[in-house]
Write a protein that binds this ligand. Structure first.
Ligand code: CTP
Length: 332
């Protein structure tokens, strides 16, 4: 990269309601069109006026966007449509070079294009919208699982196929085999995983922290716990439980997002260095050795703690501290 030139600053705005990996992928592509990415998060009122009330309030949406590793700055209360006035503010106050949006049409209630002015000014660039995921789709999956729970029809369960649920975590008793419920249209490719990865392993003396969980419907509580975990060391390895493990421990209707979707959301988080796509429920000695883990921060099963405490008595205090944090997260 040339050092002397001014960094190219790009702007992406959006609602980022019920943030998912499609949003993360949009931010990743936007960032690749410049050197610095500024994100405008639309205010609750503006969303309500243009497409109905958001599920997650502005402060949570801000946390989610700021946690994405490709984001450099976040502006709260962005307008839904880019007005002349706001565009000038972007250019003059925020030094923005380009305004970016996905290739889906973004229309205002009156049918006009929300990015018309930016396009006219020649400062608009487009990224490819991610197929297979949207807030609407996620809500649909949630509704489907509510319906299934109330009918309890296991025939229907087995006829509905969830993708990518095979081949992982076979150790878990699949008593919850009625879990093949949700249909994801997401096709994870190795390239997508590479795009989301950091590509850097831990340094030779790194203090490696391990945390595992379902991380279903990745939310502000998850971000907070990952931030705290990362602070305890130099490298944060996150184990994502298999779909079977999640179903077996949280009920057949979970997870809503499949293993690969959950892995991408966690990978996009700036506090995360690496993920294990399909982590075992038990943190074995082998795993600790293999990954050179210094500290396991964990809270879902008490049995593991005895082992962990024995292994690392000095770290007891921080484990306790972590436990309290975990309560916050496991409320989901
Ligand atoms: N976006 C994307 N792929 C998706 C969903 C959103 O690339 N599957 C992009 C949008 O094009 C936009 C940015 O993410 O540039 C912010 O999206 P948001 O304003 O939240 O838009 P929606 O399109 O409403 O997203 P969703 O339908 O998932 O709520």
């Amino acid at each position: 990269r040339r050092r002397r030139r001014r960094p190219v600053r790009v702007y992406m705005d959006g609602c980022f309601d019920m943030m998912h990996y499609g949003h993360c992928n949009a931010l990743r592509q936007a960032r690749a069109l410049g050197d610095e990415l500024v994100v405008g998060v639309v205010s609750d009122d503006e969303i309500t006026a243009n497409k109905g009330p958001p599920v997650t309030p502005l402060h949570e949406r801000m946390i989610m966007v700021a946690a994405v590793k490709w984001v450099d700055e976040v502006i709260p209360d962005a307008p839904y449509a880019i007005t002349e006035e706001f565009m000038n503010k972007l250019f003059n106050k925020y030094n923005i070079d380009y305004i970016i949006h996905g290739d889906d049409p973004c229309l205002l209630p009156d049918g006009t294009d929300a990015y018309a002015l930016a396009k006219k000014a020649g400062r608009y660039k487009q990224i490819k919208r991610t197929e297979g995921v949207s807030s609407t789709d996620i809500v649909g999956r949630m509704l489907l699982c509510v319906r299934e729970r109330s009918t309890g029809d296991s025939h229907n369960h087995s006829s509905l196929q969830r993708q990518f649920s095979h081949g992982h975590g076979q150790k878990v008793d699949d008593g919850g085999s009625a879990s093949g419920t949700r249909i994801s249209h997401f096709l994870p490719t190795s390239r997508r995983i590479v795009q989301f990865s950091n590509g850097k392993g831990p340094g030779p003396d790194a203090r490696i922290i391990y945390i595992d969980g379902a991380f279903d419907l990745f939310h502000a509580g998850h971000v907070e716990i990952l931030r705290k975990a990362r602070e305890l060391g130099d490298f944060l390895l996150v184990g994502i439980h298999t779909d079977q493990t999640v179903s077996a421990t949280r009920g057949a209707h979970r997870p809503i997002m499949n293993l690969h979707e959950r892995s991408l959301s966690v990978l996009a988080c700036r506090y995360v260095d690496e993920v294990i796509i399909g982590a075992p429920w038990e943190v074995s000695k082998d795993m600790i050795t293999t990954f050179n883990i210094s500290l396991v921060v964990h809270g879902t099963i008490a049995e593991n703690m005895d082992f962990l405490k024995k292994r690392n008595e000095k770290k007891e205090a921080s484990e306790r501290k972590y436990y309290e944090g975990k309560t916050y997260m496991s409320g989901d």
